[in-house]
Design a binder for this molecule. Structure first.
Ligand SMILES: *Cc1c(COP(=O)(O)O)cnc(C)c1O
Length: 308
């Protein structure tokens, strides 16, 4: 059966080529039909579950995982419920509903929505769809590197944002299965949402008390253990950028390509647009442009007014 995600192009940044004297390649997953890379992993999981007879998908997410589950459900003809916390904007609720999912508002924070979603999924034939912690999700996300491998040589560095770590686990699996053995992986998170950097530093999972960043899609208080395990097997260097830096990077990317992405994605873009010192020695860099639908022009302008 056909995959639910599309093969995305790789765009080279000529602005950055001129400025840094390096080749910077953007893997444009902002073009996915659900608005972010998440359809790769969640699409793979939903497809597998539909083949096993799933009658109903239930996800908890006020963001891109919700959009991806809704899209997968629609394409597979499986009714889908997305539970969102009260903090989810009406615009996002409407977007998920427009794709075709039933939206239920439950809980003050995501953790409460998630408990409710898991309880709904106890019904016969219903399947809970997690946002990042599942081998099927990692396997689907790994297709980013399969595609890149068809289009370019192994770069010196790969840059990838981390929320709960599902994207990172996919990228790592993709590097392995395509024999990209030498690239240094730089993870990006914003200050206030850096649960991966904290775990790598402590060499064990760390639970943040609270999330304090505009990059809401990176706001997992704790990463999955598989993401930490990869840091013991391969050179992964966590970078932390400020909210201001991620917003500036979003603005530069908008100027260069005419595309507005979320701060979660801007964090990865910032590593190249701000020429982070740790990539100084890399001549070729692949940046995973993870995308994100949670941004509107109004919201972006408000952030810029407040922070820049
Ligand atoms: C979910 C998401 C991330 C983080 O992915 P994880 O698998 O949770 O690490 C980053 N950027 C965007 C736009 C996302 O939607």
């Amino acid at each position: 059966m056909d995959k639910l995600h599309i093969e995305t192009p790789i765009f080279e940044s000529y602005t950055l080529n001129n400025k840094l004297g390096k080749r910077i390649f953007f893997k444009m997953d902002c073009f996915q039909p659900s608005g972010s890379f998440k359809i790769r992993g969640i699409g793979n999981l939903c497809q597998t579950q539909a083949a096993l007879g799933a009658k109903h998908f239930v996800a908890a997410s006020g963001g891109n995982a919700g959009c991806a589950a809704a899209y997968a459900g629609r394409q597979l003809g499986v009714p889908t419920t997305v539970v969102v916390p009260e903090t989810t904007s009406v615009a996002m609720q409407e977007r998920i509903a427009a794709i075709g999912a039933t939206v239920k508002v439950f809980g003050k924070v995501w953790d409460d929505s998630d408990v409710y979603a898991r309880s709904l999924a106890k019904k016969d034939g219903a399947v809970y769809i997690p946002p990042f912690d599942s081998p099927s999700i990692w396997e689907g996300n790994a297709s980013i590197i399969d595609e890149a491998n068809n289009n370019m040589h192994e770069p010196d560095a790969v840059i990838v944002s981390v929320g709960g770590g599902g994207l990172l686990c996919g990228v790592m699996e993709g590097l392995e299965r395509n024999d990209w053995k030498n690239a240094t992986v730089f993870t990006t998170e914003t200050k206030g949402a850096a649960s991966y950097a904290a775990a790598v530093e402590a060499k064990e999972l760390v639970r943040l008390d609270a999330i304090a960043s505009i990059a809401s899609s990176l706001g997992a208080k704790q990463v999955c253990s598989a993401a930490l395990d990869w840091s013991f097997q391969r050179d992964i260097q966590p970078l932390i950028v400020s909210d201001v830096a991620t917003l500036e990077a979003c603005q530069w990317f908008l100027d260069e390509f005419g595309i507005l992405v979320e701060p979660a994605c801007g964090a990865a873009l910032s590593a190249v647009y701000h020429e982070h010192e740790s990539i100084a020695n890399a001549q070729t860099v692949l940046v995973v442009v993870c995308g994100g639908r949670g941004m509107t022009l109004d919201k972006f302008n408000n952030y810029c007014e407040q922070l820049l």
